[in-house]
Design a protein around this ligand. Structure first.
Ligand code: F6R
Length: 270
């Protein structure tokens, strides 16, 4: 596990976009696992900007989104399909047939989970999985609980998640209650995992997920077991990992956490 802390989130976004770009440039048919929500928006903005300036192509890229709300069609402005179009896909030349997002209005959500899971299994391991983290430690919509599911499944969102996501909906009652989410299987099988978080409100869950015990009650803590995990944080999100009053740096060294300030971006884009 490597945790990189940046003075501001723009540099974290630049590094995140550079890492995705590296996959896109080096792989024949890169398979990207993508996330929605506010955390990856800056990375998508940087990617769109890099595309505009350099015209590298996304035609050979396949994308697999983590989740979609049940009951929202791809045209609904708050659907994750619409989010991806607005923040990333409309700015690039990715082929629509290579974009994969669960269908929130499938006649049977259960069958849609089976279809999406089959798609993921046929595609094989994702080259890179981009993640945000919920305030309760969820990744995708794998909510905390006694068990976690490795396969795509229908999930009832916790009240905490609905409250956090209510900001995207005009009226409280409009926040969906259910979602279809990728399970933790493809996330853990991805060749690389890139998790991004910003802001003070994420600092407690970042501490819990990466310095606390590995438990299904904090799904992101499972990522401690991933062999190739990079966590990109701004200083506010990392604030509980750094405690000036204690010689805690040693703990990070023991946990093999490596703090990089302002890394050389050129090295990462090569
Ligand atoms: C989104 C997703 C969620 C979000 C998480 C954080 O596809 O799967 O796990 O990453 O809820 O959301 P933000 O980034 O809005 O704080």
């Amino acid at each position: 596990m490597r945790i990189s802390v940046f003075r501001d989130s723009v540099n974290a976004d630049r590094v995140g976009a550079s890492i995705l770009l590296k996959e896109i440039r080096e792989k024949l048919n890169p398979k990207l696992g993508l996330a929605t929500g506010s955390s990856p928006v800056g990375i998508y903005r940087q990617l769109a900007e890099l595309y505009r300036r350099n015209h590298f192509s996304f035609k050979h890229v396949s994308s697999f989104n983590l989740d979609e709300y049940v009951g929202l069609s791809e045209d609904h402005p708050q659907s994750y399909a619409a989010f991806m179009r607005e923040h990333l896909f409309q700015h690039l030349d990715i082929e629509p047939r290579n974009i994969h997002i669960p269908n929130g209005i499938a006649e049977s959500a259960e069958e849609e989970c089976i279809r999406y899971e089959k798609l993921l299994q046929e595609a094989g391991p994702l080259d890179i999985q981009l993640l945000g983290i919920g305030l309760n430690g969820h990744i995708g919509f794998n909510e905390p609980g006694k068990n976690l599911s490795s396969e795509t499944h229908l999930v009832t969102l916790t009240e905490e998640t609905r409250r956090a996501n209510a900001r995207w909906f005009l009226l409280d009652g409009q926040t969906p209650r259910q979602a279809i989410t990728m399970g933790v299987g493809p996330i853990m099988k991805a060749k690389k995992v890139l998790l991004i978080a910003q802001g003070e409100e994420k600092s407690s869950i970042i501490q819990e997920a990466f310095l606390g015990p590995i438990t299904t009650h904090c799904p992101a803590s499972l990522l401690q077991l991933h062999p190739n995990l990079l966590v990109l944080l701004d200083e506010a999100a990392a604030s509980r990992l750094i405690d000036d009053s204690q010689p805690s740096f040693r703990i990070y060294v023991n946990k093999r956490i490596d703090f990089l300030y302002e890394p050389d971006l050129r090295e990462l884009v090569q």
